[in-house]
Design a protein around this ligand. Structure first.
Ligand code: ATP
Length: 267
């Protein structure tokens, strides 16, 4: 059974007459133990959807079930032990170091009776290694580059050790090498049994690293399934107004876009 299910989800901003609905009646099931990539053009509702799956955005209709339970009824601690979200925009107190941020990820595992332990230290250390941050552990986040900061937030989400991870554009600020490391880390996490969903703009990386692809346009899911089965030149045109030729990467078998050109400027 899927650990995270959205049923007839409707999401909006504003209230009463100023209410603007951005997602209406959406159904989604994240496949267990797999990587789901959510793709689609700017403003189609990807981040709003992800925030609602993590209870940061309350739906005006519909439900999100986490392990079969309505997330609106789950105690905060229960939620934090089951699901971690890396939002698109992150904010940290001034002067907070990478190691301090990552330690916050352990909070859901502590209590009055279970203080900081050797296990917590080990998990933080592993998260620092996974994000290639050992040398920067004691540097304040506000003295880091955008990509280094992004890796620190990813490490925090990893340190939370939840079975479910939602990542909103986890590689947007990363150079090619670190992008690959993060995507490979995401694959390793899925191989260890975790369920992941990530919003990604790069369709080729989404195809290569995700098992399941959800394509959104105007607040609706227009295609969902295995990348090799759902990504077509028509879908790319429909989503982005881009013409392309699709071929399969001879090394990995995943779809590649070649000969891409915008249809918007030529209209
Ligand atoms: N706080 C807000 N108040 C009002 N409208 C909002 C707010 N946040 C987002 N929106 C609107 O909701 C719609 C969906 O936004 P969302 O950020 O979910 O899109 P997205 O697909 O994640 O976009 P992007 O790829 O640019 O990050 C957009 O039309 C956006 O303008």
């Amino acid at each position: 059974m899927s650990p995270l299910i959205a049923r007839q989800l409707s999401l909006s901003y504003g209230r009463n007459s100023a209410r603007r609905t951005v997602i209406e009646g959406l159904d989604l099931e994240l496949p267990a133990g797999q990587v789901t990539a959510i793709v689609g053009p700017n403003g189609c509702g990807k981040s709003t959807l992800l925030a609602s799956l993590a209870r940061l955005h309350v739906p005006h209709r519909g439900t999100v079930l986490l392990d079969g339970r309505d997330i609106q009824r789950l105690p905060a601690r229960d939620m934090a032990q089951r699901l971690a979200l890396l939002p698109q925009e992150t904010h940290a107190p001034e002067g907070l170091t990478a190691a301090e941020l990552i330690r916050f990820g352990r909070q859901p595992h502590q209590s009055l009776f279970k203080q900081w332990s050797r296990e917590d230290r080990r998990v933080v250390d592993e998260a620092l290694t996974a994000a290639d941050l050992h040398e920067l552990a004691d540097r304040p986040l506000d003295a880091m580059s955008g990509g280094q900061r992004q890796r620190a937030w990813i490490a925090m989400a990893i340190a939370q050790q939840t079975p479910l991870l939602l990542l909103d554009e986890p590689t947007s600020a990363l150079d090619l090498g670190h992008q690959l490391e993060v995507f490979e880390l995401i694959r390793d996490l899925a191989a260890s049994g975790k369920t992941l969903a990530m919003v990604v703009h790069d369709l080729v990386s989404a195809c290569r690293f995700a098992d399941y692809l959800v394509a959104m346009r105007d607040g609706k899911i227009v295609a969902a399934g295995k990348p090799s089965e759902v990504v077509t030149a028509e879908l790319v045109r429909d989503l982005y107004g881009v013409e392309c030729t699709l071929m399969l990467d001879p090394a990995t078998g995943s779809p590649l876009l070649t000969n891409i050109r915008s249809t918007r400027h030529s209209r």
